[in-house]
Design a protein around this ligand. Structure first.
Ligand code: FES
Length: 118
């Protein structure tokens, strides 16, 4: 089911925007001119990725324990490495089953970003 997400003009620069659709939180990220729609909450401990996640090389990295997923496919690249204290990262990483980040179809019509929320 396609839902309006945001006007394109909201993304003049690379950025991340979150929006709730019922209980589902979706994030649209503009990165190097491309748009990606993914789950908005980190798959590790549900941190809202629009709040401080780093986006580089096609991946989004959570600011809490640095879990990293590919934006296009949602594929898990690194689970809770927490470089400041790797033993802690390993411990909290084991508390949650490793998962890919959900991804969603996205299209642009008449200057509006639409996301298939199913
Ligand atoms: S909550 Fe995102 S890495 Fe732990």
């Amino acid at each position: 089911m396609w839902k309006k997400f945001a006007k394109l003009e909201k993304f003049k620069k690379d950025k991340k925007v979150m929006k709730a659709f019922g209980a589902k939180m979706i994030m649209v990220t503009k990165h190097e001119g491309e748009f990606y729609a993914t789950d908005a909450l980190c798959r590790h401990m549900r941190w809202p990725l629009a709040w401080g996640a780093k986006v580089e090389d096609g991946c989004v990295r959570c600011p809490l324990h640095q879990t990293t997923h590919e934006l296009k496919t949602g594929e898990l690249k690194e689970w809770s490495p927490f470089p400041l204290l790797p033993a802690y990262g390993k411990l909290v990483g084991k508390m949650v089953k490793q998962k890919d980040l959900g991804t969603y179809e996205l299209k642009i019509e008449d200057g509006v970003i639409l996301v298939d929320v199913n």
